[in-house]
Design a protein around this ligand. Structure first.
Ligand SMILES: [Fe+2]
Ligand SMILES: [Fe+2]
Length: 313
């Protein structure tokens, strides 16, 4: 039996939702906005492929996991659509960027096998627990100071990604039945993911004024993050970092060198054939979030939301 809970939470966004929702760490805020657009396109792709996979799954427990997995992802996509729609209302040309992200996944569905699409999902989902652990371990810096509605959306999504960390792999294994297949797909999967991420950042650069973004493509592109995280961790004077075109704080500024090394190690580990996400170290914040949910708090305003009378469970 699956342990996943389908939490239907109705997040609300409007024209007061700021594009740069985390002015204290604008590079992280910009990266998170790119994740919001990726989420709606990727999660639609997950729902389509998982739905196609379910009739092929013989193990009832795996089929049940697949069903719960796609229902959680559908909830995520619903709420990210609302977040992105609020941004598109303010910067209408951003719709082109959203459409391009959808088209990019539609092309994968049209041109690749179901096995490849399931491997794609398993590969990418396997990276989420280590990445989101680093982010959630610094929730006080990377979420709390931001716009509460947007921060709450990401907190909910990321803890549920940790909760269903094994689901995509269960679905992929049940259909593909070859643990080496997804590892063989890794290089092509991440080439696609990174291109999509770069295209979204380019869209931000073109359609959102710099004054509203407060961070640039060169800060948060894959190369930019690598460069800035390295520079931020070298014993350089601040004036040198400024001369090198880097304005602090870097995207993952609150994470220590050790945490970043562990992250790289765990990302590599996530792609090996016999990786088991169930053995991953988890962010402590996830338990805090689930406890608060069960107690019946309004999770759309994680930090200030009131408790429902009588709790939730
Ligand atoms: Fe999700
Ligand atoms: Fe997911």
């Amino acid at each position: 039996m699956t342990d996943l809970h389908i939490r239907k939470i109705d997040f609300r966004f409007d024209e007061t939702t700021p594009f740069q929702w985390l002015p204290s760490h604008p590079k992280f805020g910009l990266m998170a906005n790119a994740i919001s657009i990726m989420a709606i396109a990727f999660e639609k792709f997950i729902v389509t492929n998982t739905r196609a996979a379910i009739p092929l799954i013989k193990d009832p427990a795996a089929a049940e996991e697949a069903e719960a997995f796609l229902r959680q992802e559908a909830q995520h996509a619903n709420n990210h659509r609302k977040h992105v729609a609020a941004l598109v209302r303010q910067y209408p040309a951003l719709q082109q960027t959203v459409d391009a992200a959808h088209a990019s996944f539609d092309r994968l569905i049209e041109t690749k096998s179901l096995a490849y699409c399931l491997a794609y999902t398993a590969d990418l989902e396997s990276t989420f627990t280590p990445i989101f652990k680093v982010m959630l371990d610094h929730e006080d810096v990377l979420f709390h100071p931001g716009d509460e509605r947007v921060a709450s959306l990401f907190l909910w999504h990321f803890v549920e990604e940790v909760e269903h960390r094994s689901s995509a792999l269960i679905v992929c294994d049940a259909v593909v039945r070859n643990r080496y297949f997804r590892t063989r797909c890794t290089r092509s999967v991440f080439r696609h993911v990174m291109q999509l991420y770069r295209d979204i950042l380019t869209g931000f650069e073109e359609h959102v004024p710099e004054a509203d973004r407060r961070a640039e493509y060169r800060n948060v592109s894959p190369d930019g993050v690598r460069r800035e995280e390295l520079l931020a961790r070298l014993p350089l004077r601040e004036s040198w970092r400024t001369r090198l075109g880097m304005f602090p704080p870097a995207t993952f500024a609150p994470a220590s060198n050790w945490e970043m090394l562990i992250l790289v190690y765990r990302l590599l580990l996530s792609q090996v054939p016999h990786h088991r996400p169930s053995r991953e170290p988890l962010p402590r914040f996830a338990d805090t979030w689930f406890t608060r949910w069960e107690a019946g708090y309004d999770m759309t305003h994680y930090y200030s939301g009131a408790k429902l009378p009588g709790g939730r469970l």
